[in-house]
Design a protein around this ligand. Sequence first.
Ligand code: FAD
Ligand code: NAP
Ligand code: NAG
Ligand code: NAG
Ligand code: NAG
Ligand code: NAG
Ligand code: NAG
Ligand code: NAG
Ligand code: NAG
Length: 542
Amino acid sequence: MAFLTVSLVLLSFFISVSTQSQNVFETPKPLWTTFHHPIRRVAVVGAGPAGLQATAKLIEHNFTVRLFERAPHPGGNWLYSEETPVREPYPDKPVGQTTEIPAKLPVTRYYSEGDDGLTLDERWTEHWQPRPLWDGLHINTPKVSTELPDVKYDPDTPWVVSNRAVQRHLRSYASHHCLNSNDHCPATASAPPATAYSTRVEKVEKDMEAHTWVLTLRRLERLHESHRILAEWWTETFDAVVLATGPYTAPHVPDIDGIVDWSKAKEGEQYSVYHSQVYRHPQRYANKTVLIVGASVSASEIARELGSFAHRIIASVRPANNSMPSMRQLDLSRFPNITEFVPEIAFLEPLSGHRNGIRSGKIHLINGSVLQGIDEMILATGFRGSALFPPNSTTKRPKNIHWTGHYIPDPTLAYTFGRPWTLGRYQSYGLAKVWQGSARLPTSEQMKLEEEYWREWLGEAVFRRYITWLNNASLEHGGRFVEPPPIENLEVLKYYMLVYLFNLNYNTRNLDSIGNFDISMLSGQLGDKDAWEALVDEDDDW
Ligand SMILES: Cc1cc2nc3c(=O)[nH]c(=O)nc-3n(C[C@H](O)[C@H](O)[C@H](O)COP(=O)(O)OP(=O)(O)OC[C@H]3O[C@@H](n4cnc5c(N)ncnc54)[C@H](O)[C@@H]3O)c2cc1C
Ligand SMILES: NC(=O)c1ccc[n+]([C@@H]2O[C@H](COP(=O)([O-])OP(=O)(O)OC[C@H]3O[C@@H](n4cnc5c(N)ncnc54)[C@H](OP(=O)(O)O)[C@@H]3O)[C@@H](O)[C@H]2O)c1
Ligand SMILES: *[C@@H]1O[C@H](CO)[C@@H](O)[C@H](O)[C@H]1NC(C)=O
Ligand SMILES: *[C@@H]1O[C@H](CO)[C@@H](O)[C@H](O)[C@H]1NC(C)=O
Ligand SMILES: *[C@@H]1O[C@H](CO)[C@@H](O)[C@H](O)[C@H]1NC(C)=O
Ligand SMILES: *[C@@H]1O[C@H](CO)[C@@H](O)[C@H](O)[C@H]1NC(C)=O
Ligand SMILES: *[C@@H]1O[C@H](CO)[C@@H](O)[C@H](O)[C@H]1NC(C)=O
Ligand SMILES: *[C@@H]1O[C@H](CO)[C@@H](O)[C@H](O)[C@H]1NC(C)=O
Ligand SMILES: *[C@@H]1O[C@H](CO)[C@@H](O)[C@H](O)[C@H]1NC(C)=O
C-alpha cells in the first residue's frame, strides 16, 4: 500500500515535470525551492544525538554554526545527573516560557537564594531540566541502532549498554568534532566558539524584512563562591535554524483532580507526587508501598528496579489503546510479578496535613475503589513536547514538515525527527546540502503534496529515499555518496528483536531460522510496529 502511494506520487511528479517543460516558455515556474540570500550562519538548538550530528555536518560544510544547549554539557537525554527538578515548576505555562524575558536586551542579572521565591537549585534545574535517567537505566534498543558515526563502541561492549556508556559515547562524538563543553574551536580568531552550553533558546522569531532568524538566548552560570546565579540575555541572528530539541521537552502530568493544580494547591494539601523524571535510585523506596501510574517503559522498568526494594508495588494502568496491543502486552510482561494492577485514578482527596507524607491520602479509582496507605506515588506518565517555532506551539513538531525535516512554509527552518542514531546522519547531510546548494528541495507546492505521505515512508523506505535523493544530488552537484545502514546491523537487529523483545511473549520461536527472515517479515509480531521502526522511529507522534 505504502509502495503504491509512493509510486503514484512519483508518477504524478514526473507527469507534472514533463508538462511543465513543454510549457516552459509560457509558464516559467520554478522547479525547486530557492532562498532569498545564501545561507552562511546557522543555529542548532539542542546538543543531543540529533543536534550534535547536525552541527558537525554543517561545520564540515563550512557554515558558521552556533550550537545552543540549555544543559551544561552535551548528550541530550543521555546527560546523567543526580540533580532533579523538584517538580514541574510552572504547570500552567508553556514549556520554555517560565521566565519573563526582560524588555531590553542584552541584560545581565544576579540572583541570590530565595529571590522570587526560588532557591538557587530550583532556578538552575528549571533552566536545564535534568534528564529522566535513573542510575541503573540501560538502553532498550540494541547498541547497533543506538550508535553515532565516527566513534564506534568497543566491539566487546554488550548489546544493551548502560546510560553512562551512551553518555560517554555522545561525549566522545562531541569531543571528536570539537563540540564538547570544554572545547573551544572558533572558525576564525574573532568568531565566538561554535558551542554555547547552559544557554537556553527562549524564542525563535523571523525578521520578515531581513529574511533572517532572531534567537533570544538566556545563559545561566552558577557562581559558587558568591553563592549566586548570573543570568545573561541576548539575541543572535542567523540565516537558518535547526531545531533539535528532542521529543521530550518536559514531563507530562496527567489531568487528575488533586495533583495537577499545584499552583493553586494550599500548603498542606499537596501530594508529594513525583514524576518519573525525578527517579534516580531505588533505595528511598525501601519497604514502602509505591503506586506507579502508567504502563509503558518508564513504569515497567522502574517497577522492575523497585521489585526487590519496595514492600508493595501497585500500578495504575488504563486500558490499552488497541492500536498496539502487543506492545502493551510486552510492557506489562516487564513488570515484576509482585505488581498489583489497578485501574486508572479518578481523583485524589485533599490531604489533611503535610506531616506524614501522602500515606493518609485517599486515592479514588475510576471503578469506585479507594486506595489508602500509599507511601509514594511515581507518575510514569511520559513527556510532552513543544516546538520553539511557530510561537506558542504545544506539539513537538508542527504538521507541515517535509520528509527531509524542512519546514515547508519556510525551509530555512528545519526540525530533526525520527531516531537520530540511525536516520540523523542522512538528515544532517541533507540539511547541509540543501542550504549549501548541492541538493534541491522541490517547490513548496510539491513539498506539501509529499508531506501527506512521509509517515508511510517511515521504516525502510525513508532510508532508501534519503540514499537516492542524496546520491542523485551529489552526482549532479558534487559531494560525498552515502551508503545504506550496514547489513550486519540489520542482522543483529533481527536477533535482538526476537531474543530480547519477542522471547518474553513468544518463547516458542525457533532461533535457528532467524537468519531466513527479512526485517519486514518480523513486523507482524510487533502488531503494526515495523521492526524497521526500531531503527527509524522514536515515538508515533515524533
Ligand atoms: C527515560 C528515557 C529512556 C530512553 N531510552 C532510550 C533507549 O534505550 N534507546 C533509544 O534509542 N532511545 C531512548 N530514549 C529516547 C531518546 O529520546 C533518544 O535516544 C535521543 O536522546 C533523542 O535525541 P535528540 O537529540 O533528538 O533529543 P535529546 O537527546 O532529548 O536532546 C535534545 C536537547 O535539546 C535541548 N533543548 C531543548 N529545548 C531547548 C532550548 N529551548 N534551548 C536549548 N536547548 C534545548 C535539551 O536540553 C536536550 O539536551 C529514551 C528517552 C527517555 C526519556
Ligand atoms: N531504556 C529504557 O529502559 C527506557 C526507560 C524509560 C523510557 N524509555 C523510553 O522513553 C520514552 C518514554 O517512555 P515513558 O514510559 O516514560 O513514556 P510513555 O511511553 O509516553 O508512557 C506513558 C504511560 O503513561 C500512561 N498514562 C498517561 N496518563 C495516564 C493516566 N492518567 N493514568 C494512567 N496512565 C497514564 C500512558 O498510557 P497510554 O498508553 O494509555 O497513553 C503510558 O502507558 C519511550 O521511547 C521509551 O522507550 C526507555
Ligand atoms: C569547505 O572549505 C574548504 C576550504 O575552502 C574546502 O576545501 C571544502 O571543499 C569545503 N567543504 C565543503 C563540503 O564544501
Ligand atoms: C526493610 O524491612 C526488612 C524486614 O523487615 C528489614 O530487615 C530492613 O532493614 C528494612 N529496610 C529498611 C531500609 O528499612
Ligand atoms: C488511541 O490512539 C489513537 C491514535 O494514536 C488516538 O487518536 C486515541 O485518542 C487513543 N485513545 C485513547 C483512549 O488514548
Ligand atoms: C516472582 O519472581 C521471583 C524472582 O524474580 C521468583 O523468585 C518467584 O518465584 C516469582 N514468583 C512467582 C509466583 O512467579
Ligand atoms: C477495582 O479494581 C481493583 C483492581 O482490579 C479491584 O481489586 C477492585 O475490587 C475493583 N473495585 C470495584 C468496586 O470493582
Ligand atoms: C503567544 O502567547 C503569548 C502569551 O500567552 C501571547 O502574548 C502572544 O501574543 C502569543 N503569540 C502568538 C504569535 O500567538
Ligand atoms: C535526480 O537529479 C535530477 C537532476 O537534478 C532531477 O531532475 C531528478 O528529479 C532527481 N531524481 C531524484 C529521484 O531525486
